[in-house]
Design a protein around this ligand. Structure first.
Ligand SMILES: Nc1ncnc2c1ncn2[C@@H]1O[C@H](COP(=O)(O)OP(=O)(O)OP(=O)(O)O)[C@@H](O)[C@H]1O
Length: 376
């Protein structure tokens, strides 16, 4: 478990951070928030690259920083692997030498995946003899991830590792990040302001605004809340854990706790577990079961609550499909016209074509092997 509590002010009247949160022993905790909210500063303080005015950072039993007790471990003693936006590889060394540099930094008694395992995990075997200057941006980032992992860190810190890449390169590197997450079995603190990266990678979210933690919790829980800044986004909506039941004629049937969904996205073969983002603006409701309608997903749900919307004239309907919460963003006028009120049963309508490969992502099964092994 990583514990972070920090207070810092840049200059006398500068930006102030006052944030505390926890991150579990493995999996990805995303620090998420708008530009300038303090994400990178927090990461730098955890890495030991910035000394905050006050703070305490602990990793299991180890105290990395405790200003009250004048403890402030140097960055190299914190055993954090750090990956930045730019790969920061040594340009004069081959990929292999860059990776072996990571291995050299690993303490002798540290366990973790070996050189070959990391090379296979990140698919970089054919790059080993090359210099970084002859790699694509995505390849460079995969090597940077490998170098960080080979230093056998106790904690991985990633500061927008995909932000400098174009869409195609991001899509190329994202699955490798997911594989690394499942192989590393250590806490990963991941700074981003891209919601699709949160969907694909994060287990927990720490929402930041102006240097403060607005909320922290599981991604599923926080994306289902309508009182957070997330709800104001156009892509606001819940993340639903699903398993592919079947794929036929370009349609995949997904089971989730509380029903099934049909989608035209290509989520993978039967058995694949994934998360579907059901955007609130893509969900409509009907008070009677619609017939003669093209919409493929028509789910019986209970209307649990009508929450304040983030735009004038709009509300969020909080809907229960079994234990799963869905959100629908509709007009206040429709609430009045349909006489919607908490407790009634309605039909939630979601078009099959609103899911695409960006909103439905494969999540590697969370039954990873022992620490340090690479899942096949
Ligand atoms: N060395 C510094 N001196 C003064 N102010 C700073 C310094 N570093 C950062 N800041 C300020 O602190 C605030 C938080 O910066 P930070 O880089 O942590 O934000 P961020 O959430 O990571 O932003 P982005 O998503 O744009 O990278 C900003 O207002 C920034 O201008």
């Amino acid at each position: 478990m990583l514990g972070v509590a920090l207070r810092h002010r840049f200059g006398r009247d500068g930006f102030t951070i006052d944030a505390s949160f926890k991150a579990p022993g493995d999996g990805v905790t995303a620090l998420f928030g708008p530009s300038g909210c303090g994400k990178s500063t927090i990461l730098a303080a955890v890495a030991g690259l910035l000394r905050p005015d006050e703070g305490r950072v602990t990793l299991d039993d180890a105290v990395l920083l405790d200003t009250a007790r004048r403890v402030c471990l140097a960055p190299e003693r914190r055993r954090c692997g750090v990956v930045f936006q730019e790969a920061r590889l040594f340009p004069h060394l081959s990929v292999e030498a860059n990776l072996r540099y990571g291995l050299k930094r690993a303490p002798h008694d540290a366990t973790g995946p070996g050189f070959e395992a990391v090379v296979a995990l990140l698919g970089i075997a054919q790059l080993l003899p090359r210099r970084p200057g002859r790699l694509s941006g995505g390849e460079r980032q995969r090597v940077a991830l490998g170098r960080a992992l080979l230093s056998r860190p106790r904690l991985l810190l990633m500061d927008e590792p995909l932000a400098a890449l174009d869409a195609a390169r991001r899509a190329e590197v994202l699955p490798f990040l997911a594989r690394l997450r499942d192989a590393a079995r250590i806490p990963i603190l991941y700074v981003t302001h891209a919601l699709d990266e949160v969907d694909a990678l994060a287990d927990r979210l720490v929402l930041l605004e102006a240097g403060r933690v607005v909320a922290e919790g599981s991604v599923e829980d926080l994306t289902a809340r309508t009182d957070l800044p997330l709800a104001a986004r156009r892509d606001a909506g819940v993340l639903v854990g699903c398993t592919v039941r079947s794929v036929q004629d370009g349609l995949a049937t997904l089971d989730f706790e509380g029903g099934t969904l049909v989608t035209t996205s290509r989520p993978g073969p039967p058995g694949t577990r994934l998360r579907a983002r059901l955007r609130a603006r893509d969900v409509a409701v009907a008070t009677e079961q619609p017939r003669g309608i093209s919409t493929q997903n028509i789910l019986p749900v209970t209307l649990v609550a009508i929450d304040e919307g983030t735009e004038a004239g709009e509300v969020f309907l909080r809907l229960a499909a079994g234990p799963t919460t869905l959100l629908a963003r509709i007009t206040r006028e429709s609430v009045a016209r349909l006489q919607l009120r908490p407790g009634i049963t309605v039909w939630a309508l979601v078009k099959a074509v609103t899911f695409d490969h960006r909103v439905v992502r494969q999540v590697a099964a969370h039954t990873p092997p022992g620490r340090g092994e690479i899942p096949t």
